[in-house]
Design a protein around this ligand. Sequence first.
Ligand SMILES: O=C(O)CCC(=O)C(=O)O
Ligand SMILES: [Fe+2]
Length: 200
Amino acid sequence: MDLFNTNTLSNILPYDGEVVYYGKIISKEKAFSYYEQLLQNIEWRNDEANIFGKHIVTKRKVAWYGNDNYFYTYSNTTKQALLWTAELLELKAIIEEVSGVKYNSCLLNLYHDGSEGMAWHSDDEKSLGKHTTIASFSLGADRKFSFKHKATKQTVSLVLEKGSLLVMKGATQTNWLHRLPPTKKVKSPRINLTFRTIVE
Ligand SMILES: O=C(O)CCC(=O)C(=O)O
Ligand SMILES: [Fe+2]
C-alpha cells in the first residue's frame, strides 16, 4: 500500500474542516526507538493551567520545543520553548515531507496510562493564526481520539496508532473541538507530538 498516495487519503470530517489520517508513517521498530528516546531525552514537566480561577497541575506531562525561544500562552499560563533535540528534528523532517507543510514548534504530551487524557478543546490560539495546520504524531499506546462539531454536536472518532500521523487543517480549529478521552483499557504510556506554526 502506498501511504503517501494522497488520492487514497480522504477527509474524515463531514463538513466545516479538514482532517487527514495518514496511518503509520514509520516502521514499528522506528516508532519504538523514538518512543524510548523521547521518554528519556525530553524535559517533561507537569502541565499547569488556570481554569475558572483555580491553579491546576495535571498528571499528564508536557514539553514545548521550537525554532526559537518562543513564548506560548494557553490555559492562562505562559511557557517558553526549548530548542529542538536531534530526534525531534528528524521527526519534524519526516512529518514535513509527508504532510507537505513546514512547522516551527512542537507541543509534546506524555499520558502515563489511560486514566490521563485531554478534555474537549480547539487549538485556536491567536499565535497560530487562522486556518493553521497542526500535525499530530503518536507513539506508545494506541488511543481513541474524537472530534465534536461546535454547533451541530456531531462527533467523529478514530484510533491513533503508534507511529501514525493525523493532520488537522483549514477551518477545523474554528468549527470543531477535539479530545483524547480517558479509558480504563489502556495501561501503558502514550506520547503525542503536535507540530505547529507560530505566526507572531
Ligand atoms: O494527545 C493528543 O492526541 C492530542 C493533543 C492535543 O490535542 C493538543 O496537544 O492540543
Ligand atoms: Fe489539541
